[in-house]
Design a protein around this ligand. Structure first.
Ligand code: HEC
Length: 121
């Protein structure tokens, strides 16, 4: 009788642990649009959540949504509004006006560029 109770408690504890793991990953999914993404995407998302969040919700969108919205072009940062509006363009004069009322460090801009460059067209 005693060992049965112990086994039952152990089973309940194991199940509870599994449920907790599942809860935290579904929370991530809810927060990040259902995608984990590459490390480059995670890093870019962190920059966007810190520097663009007050005015845009880019960090809550998936790569596919950002591409569909015409905000990024896979493997082409300069053609991607999200990068182009940060740094202008080396080819043609760019607007270089985001984040509005602030500035992004060049290392943060590099994080955005690296993410877009790594996307498969
Ligand atoms: C203080 C508010 C503010 C912040 C912060 C800000 N933006 Fe914007 N952004 C705007 C406004 C307003 C517009 C629309 C006017 C325009 O296009 O210039 C805009 C437009 C844009 C556009 C053109 C497409 C669109 O969605 O309208 C892009 C791309 C963009 N922002 C990127 C960024 C990125 C990337 C960041 C963070 C690094 C950022 N912005 C931070 C206010 C902001």
């Amino acid at each position: 009788m005693f060992w049965q109770k112990t086994a039952l408690i152990a089973l309940i504890l194991t199940l509870t642990a599994c449920l907790q793991t599942e809860n935290s990953s579904s929370l991530d999914a809810a927060m990040y649009g259902g995608v984990g993404g590459t490390p480059e995407f995670q890093a870019a998302r962190t920059v966007m959540s810190q520097s663009c969040n007050g005015c845009h919700a880019y960090h809550t969108q998936t790569e596919a949504q950002l591409i569909a919205a015409g905000l990024i072009v896979a493997a082409d940062p300069e053609a991607s509004q999200i990068y182009y509006r940060l740094v202008g363009s080396t080819g043609i004069e760019g607007p270089k006006d985001m984040p509005q009322g602030g500035a992004l460090s060049s290392s943060d801009a590099e994080v955005i560029a690296a993410w877009i460059e790594n996307l498969t067209p």
